[in-house]
Design a binder for this molecule. Structure first.
Ligand SMILES: [Zn+2]
Length: 850
């Protein structure tokens, strides 16, 4: 595989070393003569010297290519070839480079470049896959106009841009090579049209394999709603006559925004009520929106270099979260986003893999498609909007779109637009892009004669390579309540700029109850001395829905930590507060479901570690079980009524209201299962006409350890549907009994349907293992050993997915000496494996070294 030689030192690349490309590209003509093991790629590229460049070396990237011929202006190029590229003498004037190479899509299991998935040809070029297709300056600041001809017997042949017929495609918009795409296969389409705001009709298609045509309608509807939303909210219109989406089974990521030809992991686009859960529908809608929104934030304006990845990803994640909030419930979306942020990004920011939103260096860019770049990158955009206000935000965006259309940009270009429209200096704000780590913000309160003062102190702990941090600008939204639960001071943004910063609220009749960091206005860890009575009060009365949920979360965390560390019994105040939430008819059912979800085992482990206690995953597992049992008992009179009231009649609809009712009803079912031995869940499992109800019932049975029979029936029923069977694989491991997850995962690798080359299936088993905290951290070390074995095996075929999944080990220093020793052994074993890829080597090295 790539960088296969173990002796070769990994090459670290630095942002500060950026130099402009020596040559620019005007046009690219590509001809593909498709063959599973011997595809010929003919390229004709018009280059011209870049006046901005200081260096005239003609260098093209290229990996795993068999060069047949290369010429410059029709004469042999006398090219020098290495494992990574090609150099030649080039004129200091415009010239045409032509090459013919041979590649083998069939044996390309890394799924980067041109590969095959179930007999279909497809591509994935971001970040550096195009160099596995032909020799090219494979960097995002080189943009060319592509014309592509595909020759082969496949009935459907697609590429970017507009269809010229006969397998020929032309994309009028200059683009970097990472946005190139090609698909060829026996596909059928779900067609539709969209009329843009200027009255242009766009042809839309979702292309799938024949059996999947009944799973396209929701994705198409989501696409049309996304197109409309981007016109209405950001004033952005689509710019080609055609927009194609293709579903592919073997795909490393969720989806890819190639110009005019988005390629999707089939799990991120195919949906039907029978086979997809409400969560699947919501995720599919968000990913379709995300990839579509990239047409402006990513494609029309792209990144100068890969250090600027957050320029397109943070912004586009922010835009898709705005879309979901508008289409569904803003409060529920915000809570879901913060749960995900804490689970993935805070964990990353707290460990050996912490890095800034804009990294300063990397070995393998594939390893920086992280929660920090994406989710924290989106939080930074949200803070910018909070600080400058909505009007200035959209004005700045308009300026960015106008000024930089067709360019490859940097974070500096982006921020300059907002400095210009506001007159504000964003130098301190920019620290959010360059400093890693989650700020801790401690708050103290003071009350004196009508004046209430909150004093905040910020501190960001050291992260790898960054020992000292400067104070950041932090927008902290604060509201004040009186003891009747009425708001006595509406939400105010306290703009913290110093290490210690005090904010005064005057003219108050009595000491208020503060509601701090409303809407999670800043991605910080708030350290607040708050007793459980205050938390219960805020859970009952806070007018900010996020902080209402947050108060319940803090209460649950405190209860669980005391159960773990002091063997306390479940706190009655917590149980009473939950009961009050359940009985409050003014609350959205989706909110109630979120209020009842207990903090994850990983959350509790981190909270214990932060408090100086070594977490014991077994104890956390048992505590969670005990707490859920107590909640079930405390609620036993109420549960049947909630369950009955939340049943949704009529044909299935994945809308937010129906989904919220099902979510809350299934929380009730899960608790009921602990009281009735699974009777109600079995009934629901057998009578369900949609996947949400069926899978929730199965989950409830498995969690209560009475689900074996239902699980077997589920497997039999869905054995021919690969996406549903992914769920079945994951459920076995996620809900395995204490310590049983490694053995369950191991047994599943022997199942005839286990296929390690399919990333969805591999993640179903091993992603679930990594996510089952007690199981992964089984005291005998079997979870660590098993995952290390399989990551070594996978790395030989698919380094990108193997490297990404190695983050399971990033929390290793939290745990006791025995577990640490076993995890270190697993990491060292991976590091020493022969022919390890640069991807996985970089990850295990970073995890070990911190
Ligand atoms: Zn993206």
């Amino acid at each position: 595989m790539k960088d296969a030689s173990p002796a070769a030192a990994p090459l670290e690349i630095f942002l500060s070393d950026y130099t402009p490309p020596a040559y620019l590209v005007d046009t690219v003509e590509l001809v593909f003569k498709l063959h599973p093991t011997a595809t010929r790629v003919l390229s004709k590229i018009a280059f011209r010297p870049n006046p901005e460049a200081t260096d005239r070396t003609f260098y093209l990237h290229g990996e795993q290519l068999k060069l047949i011929s290369a010429t410059i202006d029709g004469k042999d190029a006398n090219a020098k070839i290495t494992d990574l590229g090609l150099t030649a003498q080039a004129p200091d004037a415009p010239f045409v480079f032509e090459a013919e190479v041979e590649i083998s899509p069939q044996t390309n299991t890394a799924l980067e470049g041109l590969y095959m998935s179930n007999g279909m040809y497809c591509t994935q070029c971001e970040a550096e896959g195009f160099r596995k297709i032909t020799y090219y300056p494979d960097r995002p600041d080189v943009m060319g106009v592509f014309t592509v001809t595909i020759e082969g017997s496949e009935p459907v042949k697609l590429s970017n841009g507009n269809d010229l017929g006969g397998g020929k495609w032309h994309d009028p918009w200059p683009k970097p090579a990472y946005l190139f795409a090609l698909v060829a296969g026996d596909l059928v389409n779900h067609p539709d049209t969209f009329n843009t705001m200027s009255g242009k009709q766009v042809e839309l298609n979702i292309w799938v394999r024949k059996g999947d045509l009944n799973k396209c309608a929701f994705g198409m509807d989501a696409l049309k709603r996304s197109m409309k939303w981007d016109e209405e909210v950001y004033g952005r219109e689509y710019d080609l006559d055609l927009f194609n989406i293709v579903a592919v089974d073997d795909f490393n990521m969720g989806a890819m925004e190639n110009k005019g030809l988005n390629i999707f992991n089939s799990s991120a686009v195919l949906a039907s009520p029978e086979t997809s859960t409400d969560a699947n529908f919501e995720r599919i809608e968000a990913i379709i929106a995300h990839e579509y929104f990239h047409n402006w934030t990513g494609n029309r304006i792209t990144c100068r270099d890969w250090f600027q990845l957050c320029l397109k990803e943070g912004l586009t994640v922010y835009r898709d979260s705005q879309f979901t909030a508008d289409e569904r419930s803003p409060a529920v979306k915000r809570i879901e986003d913060v749960i995900a942020l804490r689970a993935r990004q805070f964990r990353e920011d707290n460990g050996p893999l912490a890095h800034p939103v804009r990294p300063e260096s990397f070995v393998e860019i594939n390893n920086f498609y992280t929660a920090t770049v994406y989710e924290k990158g989106a939080e930074v955009i949200g803070m910018l909007k909070t600080l400058i206000g909505d009007e200035a935000y959209y004005k700045g965006c308009d300026l960015y779109f106008t000024r930089h259309d067709g360019q490859a940009c940097t974070i500096e270009d982006w921020l300059a637009c907002f400095e210009e429209v506001t007159g504000r200096d964003l130098t301190q704000f920019k620290l959010w892009y360059s400093q890693a780590g989650t700020p801790r913000v401690a708050v103290k309160e003071a009350w004196s004669e009508g004046t209430y003062t909150l004093t905040f102190t910020q501190d960001t702990p050291p992260t790898p390579g960054q020992d000292v941090k400067d104070p950041k600008v932090i927008p902290i939204a604060v509201g004040l309540l009186n003891d009747a639960g009425e708001e006595v001071h509406a939400t105010r943004i306290c703009e913290m700029t110093d290490v210690v910063h005090a904010f005064r609220f005057t003219g108050l009749d009595a000491k208020p109850v503060p509601s701090i960091n409303r809407g999670f206005s800043a991605p910080i860890i708030l350290e607040q001395d708050q007793d459980n009575a205050t938390r219960a009060f805020l859970l009952a009365h806070d007018t900010d829905p996020f902080n209402k949920w947050e108060a319940g979360r803090a209460l649950a965390r405190d209860v669980m930590i005391r159960m773990v560390t002091e063997d306390a019994t479940p706190d009655q105040a917590y149980l009473d507060a939950l009961l009050a939430v359940a009985r409050d008819d003014t609350l959205d059912p989706a909110f109630k479901a979120l209020a009842f979800s207990t903090p994850s085992a990983d959350d509790i482990a981190q909270a214990l570690f932060d408090g100086g206690v070594t977490p014991d995953p077994t104890k956390i597992y048992n505590t969670t079980q005990t707490l859920r049992q107590s909640v079930a008992h405390a609620m036993q009179d109420t549960l049947p009524r909630i369950y009955a009231e939340m049943q949704v009649d009529g044909p299935f609809s994945p809308d937010a209201e129906a989904a919220g009712k099902r979510a809350w009803g299934n929380v009730a079912l899960s608790l009921l299962t602990r009281l009735d031995g699974g009777a109600q869940a079995r009934t629901q499992f057998e009578s369900a006409d949609n996947m949400t109800q069926q899978l929730s019932a199965l989950g409830a049975l498995l969690r209560a350890e009475v689900g074996e029979e239902a699980s077997n029936a589920f497997c039999e029923q869905w054995k021919d549907d690969r996406l549903v069977i992914d769920k079945w694989f994951a459920m076995q491991v996620s809900y395995a009994k204490l310590d049983a997850a490694p053995a369950t995962a191991k047994a599943l690798t022997n199942h005839p349907d286990f296929d390690m080359t399919n990333p969805n299936r591999f993640r179903a088993v091993f992603g679930a293992l990594a996510g089952n905290t007690a199981g992964f951290h089984s005291p005998d070390g079997s979870g660590y050993a098993l995952l290390a074995d399989w990551l070594i095996k996978l790395d030989a075929k698919n380094p990108q997915t193997a490297a990404r999944m190695s983050t399971a080990f990033e929390t290793w220093k939290r745990y006791d000496a025995d577990r640490q020793a076993m995890m270190r052994e697993a990491l060292e074993r991976m590091k020493a494996a022969s022919n390890l890829s640069g991807d996985l080597l970089e990850m295990v090295t970073r995890i070990l070294n911190a």
